[in-house]
Design a protein. Structure first.
Length: 122
């Protein structure tokens, strides 16, 4: 699976707000970091963190703007649209940096400021 194929597969699961499906693309002992939130270890902990995040929004959509791959490192540039609980939406820039192990991700880092999703959302 190419880096672009992996990115499409991962974000299809995320856009479906399927935390378990998302976690199926992670190694069992992965590291997962979302912005400045506390890091978690393991695919089960990553699924729980993502499920908790999903509970705070009504929907999510990723537009993949670029995928670069070098050896076992994949970089993904994105535009992410969040549907807030109050019916409004906000679109934010994002970058993901992954270290892969085979067709799974062993280290998953999300670089973005997600705070605007929850500002003025009440």
């Amino acid at each position: 699976m190419t880096g672009e194929e992996l990115a499409k597969a991962v974000f299809t699961r995320v856009d479906a707000m399927d935390a378990e499906g998302f976690a199926s693309y992670l190694t069992q002992d992965c590291a997962f970091v979302f912005g400045n939130w506390p890091a978690v270890e393991g695919s089960e902990a990553a699924a729980n963190a993502v499920a908790n995040f999903f509970a705070g929004i009504d929907g999510i959509s990723h537009d993949i703007l670029g995928v670069w791959e070098l050896d076992n490192v994949i970089s993904v540039r994105l535009s992410v649209t969040y549907r807030r609980k109050n019916g409004t939406s906000v679109t934010l820039p994002c970058a993901n940096l992954w270290q892969r192990s085979g067709d799974r991700i062993a280290d998953y880092r999300i670089y973005m400021d997600v705070n605007p999703v929850f500002e003025d959302a009440a």
